[in-house]
Design a binder for this molecule. Structure first.
Ligand code: PMV
Length: 328
């Protein structure tokens, strides 16, 4: 049976940074995100006994061996769960400017988890889907839900209690998230490698772990109270702290480019001028700026005036994973 699923990317407000188990994708800390409406992946999966290997088509082109192997390893987990060794055709389209350096792994693995489990004949609830998506890319477990989402790290060694949960519907407090494109160079250090190196070598990593839970609780409190300045301050500080751990790693690395810093400075200037806006940055050079809807046009225009900025995509909160009808 063919199944098609659509999932949106998310931006971490409180970051997931570091794994305690590499193969099960178990995080060192819990994290919090907003799912975005503008960027998503649509994936069709069809398992068939007629195939003798998995085929992966990405944005209309047959993927290379390395990409196909990654997808196959993920499908192995689903085959194991079902207890059937059959292969699949996976056809995935990203409505994410991937070439621009915006991550698509969260929406990609969330959509793949939903489509592949349905196609193989497993009927899973969202909690189970979140656990599976986590094992493709940690942040993907949060993209199963829309709005504000928390990934609870869990305690068990088998990962059964490590999955995402909805915190609040996005419509209840619909903030604006501006995705600011400053660089499209391929990342030098992928998040998987960056996390590992930081956990193993950075003397700043214990400082991260000591404070991240407090940040998460403050952010959840801010969301419940719709306190924008409280949220913005903790989100920005949490992102800076995560990036600081990479500077202490051996060898050190950083995700920022000069344009990243220009945008950060500009956001701080906007605040000084009385417009509340805050930034956050994932494992790459681009910046996400958070503001309230009443300020979104002014913030967008101000960001477009920054020399290093190539484009600004205006996003709001988006939905969780959905299935699309399969045409006959
Ligand atoms: O799940 P990954 O491998 O894409 O790692 C995500 C890491 C960050 O984007 C930096 C933080 C996060 O919580 O999304």
């Amino acid at each position: 049976m063919e199944a098609i699923a659509k999932a949106h990317t998310n931006i971490a407000l409180i970051k997931y940074w570091g794994k305690r188990d590499e193969s099960l994708f178990l995080p060192m800390n819990s994290s919090l995100s907003i799912t975005l409406d503008q960027f998503y992946t649509t994936t069709a999966v069809q398992f068939c006994s007629c195939l003798n290997q998995d085929l992966f088509i990405l944005n209309g082109n047959l993927a290379d061996d390395a990409e196909t192997t990654k997808i196959s390893k993920f499908l192995d987990r689903i085959r194991e769960l079902k207890g059937e060794k059959i292969y699949a055709i996976v056809n995935s389209n990203n409505e994410v400017p991937t070439a621009a350096g915006f991550a698509s792994s969260a929406s990609g693995y969330a959509a793949l988890a939903a489509a592949a489990t349905k196609s193989i004949g497993l009927d899973l609830d969202k909690k189970e889907l979140s656990r599976i998506a986590r094992q493709g890319s940690g942040s993907a477990c949060r993209s199963i839900y829309g709005g504000y989402v928390e990934w609870e790290m869990g305690e068990k060694t088998d990962g059964s209690d490590s999955y995402a949960k909805p915190v609040m519907d996005g419509q209840e407090w619909d903030l604006s998230i501006l995705s600011v494109l400053v660089g499209s160079k391929q990342k030098k250090v992928l998040s998987r490698e960056g996390m590992k190196r930081t956990v193993e070598t950075s003397p700043f990593y214990p400082g991260w772990l000591d404070t991240v839970e407090k940040d998460l609780n403050l952010a959840k409190q801010a969301i419940q109270q719709r306190d924008f300045d409280l949220l913005g301050n903790v989100v920005e500080a949490n992102a800076l702290k995560m990036h600081a751990t990479t500077l202490g790693a051996n060898p050190p690395f950083m995700y920022w480019q000069s344009g990243t810093i220009e945008v950060m400075e500009h956001v701080q200037e906007l605040r000084e001028a009385g417009i509340p806006a805050y930034f956050t940055i994932d494992a790459g050079p681009n910046v996400k700026v958070i503001c309230q809807q009443k300020d979104e046009a002014a913030v967008r225009q101000a960001l477009l005036n920054v020399k290093a900025v190539q484009d600004v995509y205006l996003c709001h909160s988006g939905p969780g994973v959905t299935y699309l009808p399969v045409s006959a």
